[in-house]
Design a protein around this ligand. Structure first.
Ligand code: HEC
Length: 212
């Protein structure tokens, strides 16, 4: 064997040994390059390592724990994430609780919505957004001015004229409720229109009713 090929063999052999050292298997993560790129310092809900010694060899934090430890010692079972207390109710980004009005027959809507007030202020911006939303979700039936002359009303009878005298006094809460659950012949729109958008539309309908 020439000097050259011995040197090559040694190079290949040491490369192979090095590579073998990287091999992961079972609980062994193998050798890792820059381990704190993979094992973030932040608590992770889904990778929970409870052994305080895990990755001690790689510790870069000087916190007297292994680099991989990512549990919360204050929680039972060192869990990172805990379930919310029973019956916790989620609020939306505005801090509003979900609307739990009862889906009642049309005639009872004024009763169940009597105390329901809009959480939005009547600003020009809110009304303008309400107009945009009304034109997306309501105009094809109720018409641009709410006068029951939308395209769909040519085929479907009974669309309410929102500017008619019987609707002049309905409240924003009433309109919010009707968008949420529908009323009589009108279908529910609660799944398509978010609560904040429903309130914006309600503001716009009231503005529309006052227009000459
Ligand atoms: C597919 C057609 C259609 C669409 C879309 C529609 N409506 Fe209606 N709407 C109706 C019909 C039909 C009625 C009459 C229901 C009845 O009296 O049986 C009605 C009734 C109403 C009423 C009166 C309910 C009551 O208390 O008697 C309001 C308020 C109303 N709609 C608001 C809206 C708003 C706001 C939107 C948009 C988010 C909308 N509607 C979208 C068809 C529609």
């Amino acid at each position: 064997m020439s000097m050259m090929s011995i040197r090559n063999s040694i190079a290949i052999l040491s490369a192979a040994v090095l590579m073998a050292g990287c091999k992961a298997g079972g609980d062994n993560p193998g050798r890792e390059y820059a381990p704190n790129m993979y094992h973030s310092v932040a608590y992770e809900p889904l990778s929970q390592i409870t052994d305080t010694d895990a990755g001690r060899w790689a510790n870069s934090l000087n916190n007297d724990r292994g680099e991989y430890y990512n549990s919360n010692g204050y929680n039972p079972y060192k869990m990172n994430m805990r379930e919310p207390a029973p019956h916790t109710v989620k609020r939306n980004a505005y801090g509003w609780l979900p609307y739990h009005g009862k889906n009642v027959p049309k005639d009872s809507v004024p009763i169940v919505t009597a105390g329901l007030r809009s959480p939005l202020d009547s600003t020009a911006e809110v009304v303008a957004e309400g107009k945009f939303l009304f034109e997306s979700y309501c105009k094809h039936c109720h018409g641009a001015k709410g006068e029951a002359d939308g395209k769909v009303s040519e085929k479907v009878a009974g669309v309410a004229n929102l500017r008619g005298s019987s609707y002049q006094n309905i409240t924003e809460g009433h309109i919010f409720h009707v968008i949420t659950y529908g009323a009589g012949l009108m279908g529910a729109h609660g799944s398509q229109v978010s609560p904040e958008d429903r309130w914006k539309i309600a503001k716009y309908v009231k503005a529309l009713q006052k227009q000459k």
